[in-house]
Design a protein around this ligand. Structure first.
Ligand SMILES: Nc1nc2c(ncn2[C@@H]2O[C@H](COP(=O)(O)OP(=O)(O)OP(=O)(O)O)[C@@H](O)[C@H]2O)c(=O)[nH]1
Ligand SMILES: [Mg+2]
Length: 527
């Protein structure tokens, strides 16, 4: 038990979030580089060199240079066992990001120094705020022309309504990004400019009074730094570790994921002030990570991660206790016993079999189709259920069919799989059979991913026909659906479990149908 506690204590599980393109995947890659998990970073989008970030493993991600799905990577650094969750920034994939955040204890918010706080960052920040988890801010792309540092800090405080404490302060920016000043230690880290971002950045630590500094910094930069420090100490919030842990104050870091400048100081300091695994809510109350039996929940399902292993992985966040080889647990939602044989962890681009894992860790379970997102696994308490993970309502719908009738079997398999992953929701007209499927998605880009993956992973070509519907509502109770008085632009369909739903084109129709059909009860979620 002593050892289990020690292991849990050295776990750090965090998600990287932000608006698209701020540099999450690049930063993830560089953190892995410092953790020694990879030797050479394969810069995002540098297709010429035929290298890709390890967390953008999906074909479509490599092609487009955007993250479409979240990925989980583990590495060791400085005595810590780190689980990093790289999330997609695009709002069309925000359901995936949302679920992934449920598995994290801390969020690292990446800000593009030229852009400040962007729309999607703001939304994701609100999700973190609701959970009161600590939020660390990394202001990225300091190697490029960006906004003034004070301006960026002000943006974070006012747009997000949070206190902040810049733990480091940038010295210069763009081509003149020379180093960072550590405000607690009151010393300076100067970057070695011979680095090109493939390897770890070299640094020299000096004092503010150091003669060496005058050789490196221009008179102007040096004076500005002195003034900045004075201003920060005078006008800024005080440092408070307690407030960081409550999510009331965000520590701010500056750096460049591209050149690696500031990445390692960020990692070191982040590890010092972040939290070990946090407790989770369940129907049996709060489950502490150090509780004496193994529990966890599934937050993500993903198939075909590797061309050589065309299998399905269910990602489990361990909430308490420890996993031991071949252990037997209850899959509470299905009320059955399962043996956890050979779960995997993802270290850079390799899968490794996990022998032991502890609260805070994320392990990949081999899934033959029995797991669903949100399911609980528990060693002792056979009725324990963690808080459910809410589903987002689809807002775009399309009819889809195979171009080649001979490929129906693969088509159905692909659709079922992607529906299990929660990237699409499947509906069909009652009595219509599988000929006419209606796919619902939250964001329009998910249609592209669907077509791409069906083609790439299942070898099926499909044709898609966008539908005008914008809302889906589930019909509650046993209302006789044949008696429903519909509007012209509304249809009845059933979901994958044959529950009846209505697909509406606008809010007016929703109201109209409720007026016309007294006693008809509609719900935003399946029951
Ligand atoms: N100049 C500069 N460019 C950067 C830096 N970090 C990332 N980039 C570039 O910004 C672009 C986006 O980087 P990604 O890491 O893919 O961004 P992301 O936040 O993961 O994007 P999504 O996953 O699609 O939301 C790429 O072209 C990167 O090379 C940086 O520190 N400086
Ligand atoms: Mg990315």
């Amino acid at each position: 038990m002593m050892n289990t506690k020690k292991e849990i204590n050295r776990r750090r599980t965090f998600a990287i979030i932000s608006h698209p393109d701020a540099g999450k995947t690049t930063l993830t890659e560089k953190l892995l580089l410092y953790g020694g998990a990879i030797r050479e970073a394969g810069s995002v989008k540098s297709r010429r060199a035929n290298k890709h970030a390890v967390s953008d493993w999906m074909e479509i991600e490599k092609k487009r240079g955007i993250s479409v799905t979240s990925s989980v990577l583990a590495f060791e650094y400085d005595g810590f066992h780190i689980n990093i969750l790289d999330t997609p920034g695009h709002e069309d994939f925000s359901e995936d990001t949302y679920r992934t955040l449920m598995a994290a204890d801390v969020a690292v918010m990446v800000i593009d120094s030229a852009k400040g706080v962007e729309a999607q960052t703001k939304k994701l920040f609100q999700v973190c705020k609701m959970r009161h988890i600590p939020i660390f801010t990394f202001i990225n792309k300091m190697d490029a022309a960006g906004r003034d540092a004070f301006d960026l800090v002000d943006d974070i405080e006012t747009v997000l309504n949070i206190k902040s404490f810049p733990l480091f302060w940038p010295i210069g920016s763009g081509k003149d990004f020379k180093g960072i000043y550590n405000r607690l230690e009151k010393n300076i880290l100067l970057f070695d400019e011979s680095n090109h971002g493939m390897n770890q950045a070299l640094m020299t630590k000096v004092n503010l009074e150091d003669e060496q500094l005058k050789d490196v910094l221009s008179e102007e930069l040096y004076e500005k730094l002195r003034e900045d420090i004075e201003l920060l100490d005078m006008a800024g919030d005080d440092f408070s570790h307690e407030e960081i842990l409550k999510g009331d104050l965000t520590p701010i870091f500056f750096g460049s994921a591209l050149t690696n400048f500031g990445v390692e100081p960020f990692l070191k300091t982040f590890l010092e002030y972040t939290v070990s695994p946090l407790a989770r809510n369940s129907n049996a109350g709060v489950i502490e990570p150090t509780a004496d039996s193994f529990t966890g929940f599934i937050f993500k399902i993903q198939a075909n991660m590797n061309k050589f292993h065309r299998d399905r992985i269910a990602f489990l966040r361990i909430c308490s206790g420890q996993y031991t080889k071949n252990m037997s647990v209850t899959h509470v939602n299905e009320n059955r016993e399962v043996r956890l044989a050979q779960p995997t962890q993802f270290m850079a681009d390799e899968r490794v079999i996990v022998e032991k894992a502890y609260a805070g860790d994320i392990i990949g379970l081999h899934d033959v189709g029995t797991y669903n997102i949100g399911d609980t696994l528990s060693e002792k308490d056979k009725t324990l259920l963690f808080d459910p993970i809410p589903r987002f309502s689809p807002e775009h719908f399309a009819k889809i069919q195979t171009v080649n009738a001979m490929k129906r079997k693969q088509f159905i398999k692909g659709i079922e799989q992607l529906s299990k992953e929660g990237t699409i929701q499947v509906f069909k007209r009652p009595f219509a059979g599988m000929e006419e499927l209606i796919i619902g998605v939250v964001g329009i880009l998910q249609f592209d991913v669907l077509t791409y993956r069906l083609n790439n992973e299942y070898n099926v070509e499909v044709s898609m026909n966008k539908q005008p519907y914008r809302f889906v509502k589930w019909i509650k109770g046993d209302y006789n659906i044949e008696e429903i008085n519909l509007t012209m632009d509304t249809i009845i369909a059933v979901d994958k479990d044959e529950n009846p739903v209505l697909l509406f084109s606008n809010e007016w129709s929703i109201k109209m149908i409720q007026d016309r059909n007294k006693g008809l009860e509609l719900s935003d979620v399946s029951i």
